[in-house]
Design a protein around this ligand. Structure first.
Ligand SMILES: NC(=O)c1ccc[n+]([C@@H]2O[C@H](COP(=O)([O-])OP(=O)(O)OC[C@H]3O[C@@H](n4cnc5c(N)ncnc54)[C@H](OP(=O)(O)O)[C@@H]3O)[C@@H](O)[C@H]2O)c1
Length: 209
């Protein structure tokens, strides 16, 4: 599968490296694709990974992963022509300017905004409530961290569930895209915990009996 990862920060670089190791073709979309950082991130991901501009990376990709700040989401969706027909994985948390809370929630979500800006994209919310440290290794003492995945397109949601499983998460089908209204506040709870003693090497786990 060809996966475009937009953003070469903590989330983008980690997911790209893991999916490259799982056998996918990765193109990192960067503001500065020939710069030192993007070249290093692509190099770390191995020989199947390259870096390109954001629109170039998204062109022809089966899956486009948004791993950029919330403030850039609308501009990025415009710059890639709305990702018509493509699976768009929204990892973004709509944090406010001071990172003390969310810009929106409960009656709408970042994921639904993205779907509204790009009505022909198949938007899936995932990877927002797990840390990049957990993305690097989701297995805690033999237990897999839970990855909540929601989206309205069954095929797209199942593809992202499979992509989560391939990098060792226990992916959970969390239903329609509007459930991103609950996954984004869950990430805010995670951020609170991480900043108040738990650090980034912790993860949510759903139990069942
Ligand atoms: N960090 C986590 O553990 C975590 C976990 C779950 C979800 N998230 C969410 O995932 C998204 C990415 O988080 P991150 O921690 O990977 O962020 P980050 O380390 O700051 O990386 C974000 C990347 O986005 C790109 N970018 C494009 N426009 C930008 C702009 N105007 N300012 C800054 N960066 C810009 C940059 O790549 P180029 O320089 O190559 O363009 C940058 O490296 C955020 O929305 C965050 O809420 C983060």
């Amino acid at each position: 599968m060809k996966i475009a990862i937009l953003g070469t920060g903590r989330v983008g670089s980690t997911l790209g490296r893991r999916w490259a190791a799982a056998g996918h073709e990765i193109v990192f979309g960067s503001r500065d694709p020939s710069g030192e950082k993007a070249r290093a991130v692509a190099g770390d991901a191995g020989s199947s990974a390259t870096a390109a501009s954001v629109p170039e990376a998204a062109t022809g990709a089966d899956v486009v992963v948004l791993a950029t700040p919330w403030s850039q989401a609308e501009t990025i969706m415009q710059s890639i022509g709305g990702a018509a027909g493509q699976i768009v994985v929204d990892c973004i948390n709509p944090l406010n300017d001071t990172f003390s809370g969310l810009d929106l929630g409960f009656t709408e979500s970042c994921a639904e905004r993205i779907a509204a800006w790009a009505p022909q994209a198949r938007v899936v919310k995932a990877f927002n409530s797990v840390s990049s440290a957990t993305m690097a290794d989701p297995v805690y003492d033999g237990q897999q961290a839970t990855l909540f995945v929601c989206g309205d397109d069954d095929d797209a949601r199942n593809t992202v569930i499979e992509l989560g499983d391939q990098i060792d998460f226990e992916s959970v089908d969390a239903g329609p895209l509007k459930n991103a209204r609950y996954l984004e506040p869950l990430a805010m709870l995670y951020i609170h915990l991480a900043m108040n003693g738990w650090g980034s090497n912790c993860a949510f786990k759903i139990l069942k009996r």
